[in-house]
Design a protein around this ligand. Structure first.
Ligand SMILES: Cc1ncc(COP(=O)(O)O)c(C=O)c1O
Length: 377
């Protein structure tokens, strides 16, 4: 378990921010790195050509450490949707085959597959919401020979339901299905290893559990897909990009997954902030982050149970993600009351999504429970 790390964040004492799944706060050292990066643009004469590569190289190397893969397998993308669009463009499917998705999967990991189905004649196969909350069993059951691509998350984004990706990865290989992952609600907070899961593609936006800025993300691409066609063609993906005096046309791309980088990927403000945050996650250690957020959530789940709320138990639920539900509807005034009390969670229909991180204190949790007690009585 990690001691509380709130001193690294600019979170006032009276704010109980329990909503990392919405957007994480940028920690002070990452903000400083981003501001220093943005300031570089004030002195463009100091922005020498090597600076277009050092930030990207560092981003790729740090992301590779988090994913447990080779640096060559990382592309720099602006969003989860960009990474999923890249996967959808690369992975083959045909009429008579299907693309597997979860019920109520996040839209950025649904629309690209719907379109891929329209283009290829493949159908969408939607795994129904399992009443026992066991998404792994439901996915394994649906992984039949017709599945060409399984497009899945590690954690279901509203309920916190956790998928066992090691078992699912092995089952995909057995039926010959490709595995494309959206790790936006898990990477950085739940241990994950490319070596163990062996996905074909895996993407994560930076602004949630990677504690990074908005509009940057990382994309893992397995070696077998690295010769594919990127979404964009630009100068910096090409083999001669480092030679500014000689940028004229070449058919050769830069090595590995770099050809899939977004245009203007060398973002001088965002990349240093994202790298600083990822380095901090590595220092804390993802297993310890998971344990720390998990302990807070377990404590909250117990206290909320006394007030009539229930949540799936671990390991079917990811430790960092708690979705509290109750039979009775949630009063309309709850979001307003929480905001007045400066308690921040997501309220969705009849569930309350609580997603703490290492900056949260036991008091933050107690303040949420005090609000829930008021609507329970
Ligand atoms: C599961 C999941 N994937 C992706 C995203 C973000 O998608 P994008 O980067 O396309 O905006 C979110 C945002 O809430 C999410 O919950």
């Amino acid at each position: 378990m990690l001691p509380c790390q709130r001193h690294l964040f600019d979170i006032p004492d009276d704010v109980a921010y329990l909503n990392c799944a919405y957007m994480s706060p940028l920690m002070k050292p990452a903000l400083e790195a981003g501001v220093a990066g943005l300031a570089r643009k004030a002195h463009p004469w100091e922005l020498t050509s090597d600076k277009f590569f050092t930030g990207s190289d560092e981003f790729r190397a740090t992301a590779a450490q988090l994913l447990d893969c080779s640096t060559d397998c990382i592309a720099i993308v602006p969003s989860a949707s960009y990474g999923i669009a890249t996967a959808a463009r690369s992975l083959p499917a045909k009429k008579g085959q299907s693309v597997l998705v979860l019920a109520e999967q996040f839209p950025s990991n649904y629309y690209p597959w719907e379109r891929r189905g329209d283009e290829t004649g493949a159908s969408l196969k939607v795994v129904a919401w399992p009443e026992n909350n066991d998404w792994t069993a439901a996915v394994l059951n649906a992984l039949t020979d017709d599945v060409a691509i399984a497009a899945l998350p590690h954690v279901q984004w509203t309920s916190g339901g956790r998928l066992d990706l090691v078992r699912i990865g092995a089952a995909c290989r057995k039926v010959g299905a490709a595995l494309a992952l959206d790790l936006t609600q898990s990477l950085g907070a739940l241990p994950f290893s490319v070596r163990d899961v062996q996905p074909d593609f895996a993407v994560a936006a930076s602004y949630k559990w990677l504690l990074g800025p908005y509009s940057v993300g990382l994309l893992y691409i397995a070696p077998k897909w690295q010769n594919g066609t990127p979404l964009e063609e630009n100068w910096i993906q090409r083999a001669n990009a480092r030679d500014f005096a000689n940028l004229m046309y070449t058919e050769d791309y830069d090595a590995g997954a770099r050809r899939f980088d977004m245009g203007e990927r060398s973002n001088f403000a965002l990349l240093p902030a994202a790298v600083r945050a990822m380095k901090q996650l590595l220092e804390w250690n993802v297993a310890q982050i998971s344990e720390t957020a998990g302990a807070l959530n377990r404590h909250l789940a117990e206290a909320a149970a006394d007030l009539g709320f229930s949540a799936p138990a671990e390991p079917l639920r990811a430790p960092h993600y708690l979705s509290l539900r109750r039979k009775a509807a949630i009063p309309k005034e709850l979001p307003e009351m929480l905001a007045r009390e400066k308690v921040f969670v997501s309220v969705r229909g009849s569930s309350i999504r609580v997603t703490p991180h290492v900056y949260n204190t036991v008091e933050d949790g107690e303040r949420l429970i005090a609000c829930l007690r008021r609507i329970a009585t």
